[in-house]
Design a protein around this ligand. Structure first.
Ligand code: 13P
Length: 253
């Protein structure tokens, strides 16, 4: 079990659902997850945020954006600032997702700047990391993930580090139906916690939540979340269906 850390079930919808579909989904979900002990987060497209933020009012569902720019305002066509998201009631912003790294050139340095801006706006980052299949086969998973997280956290204080969330998502397990074994997932999440202890001390490391992502579903959530250093999941495909997502939220039931 994960001690005092509250398990987080965070959906990452990616580029799915229209604003209307998003509100319908959340209206359904809020009844389904009542009384659960997990923290429930929906990571929705920008255009869905106003409707979803309104629809979750009075419920236990939190809202995440899937990206943000690090500047507060300015000539950055197509971008959205952390202050804009904060005003809409966003609680978390997912940054450094492998899809953003691969398709949109997001670097570790950009992830670091985004983390800083998100925290400065009073929102919390969910910082993603993870290795490719090649890197796993080369035996450099640990080095790669350590490097990603170390750079992402440059200048982040201990107090901030204890509140943000890290998501370990091996790229070969995303959308492939090929979940990491609980041992593989635990090994890397445990290593991330060791890194946090090195950077910030043991107390902080014990408070920071570390999620696993990559083909999490109703059938494997409990075994993953029961591992000592896995504090929940960042869920893609299975977060798009209310019933499947509810089962992940209630993995212990
Ligand atoms: P899947 O759960 O669809 O594998 O996606 C994982 C993911 O990328 C969550 O951010």
């Amino acid at each position: 079990m994960s001690g005092k850390r509250v398990i987080m079930a965070a959906g990452n919808w990616k580029m799915n659902k229209t604003p209307r579909e998003a509100v319908e989904f959340v209206n359904h979900l809020r009844g389904l997850i009542k009384g659960s002990s997990s923290e429930v987060v929906v990571g929705v497209p920008f255009v869905c945020i106003p409707g979803v933020a309104e629809a979750v009012k009075g419920s236990d569902i939190k809202v995440a954006a899937q990206n943000a720019h690090w500047e507060a305002s300015g000539a950055y066509t197509g971008e959205v600032s952390c202050g804009m998201l904060k005003e809409l009631g966003v609680d978390y912003v997912i940054i450094g997702h492998s899809e953003r790294r691969e398709y949109f050139g997001e670097t570790n340095e950009m992830v670091n700047k985004k983390a800083r801006a998100i925290l400065d706006a009073g929102v919390l980052p969910i910082i993603c990391c993870g290795e490719t299949l090649t890197q796993r086969e080369q035996g450099v998973t640990k080095e790669h993930v350590r490097y990603q997280i170390k750079v992402a956290l440059l200048g982040i204080t201990a107090q901030e580090a204890s509140r943000l969330v890290i998501a370990y998502e091996p790229i070969w397990a995303i959308g492939t139906g090929k979940t990491a074994t609980v041992e593989q997932a635990q090994e890397v999440c445990g290593m991330i916690r060791e890194l946090l202890a090195e950077l910030y001390g043991k107390d902080v490391a014990e408070r920071t939540r570390i999620l696993y992502g990559g083909s999490v579903n109703a059938g494997n959530a409990k075994a993953l979340f029961d591992m000592p250093d896995i504090d929940g999941g960042l869920v893609g495909g299975a977060s798009l269906k209310p019933d499947a997502f509810e089962k992940i939220v209630r993995h212990d039931a």
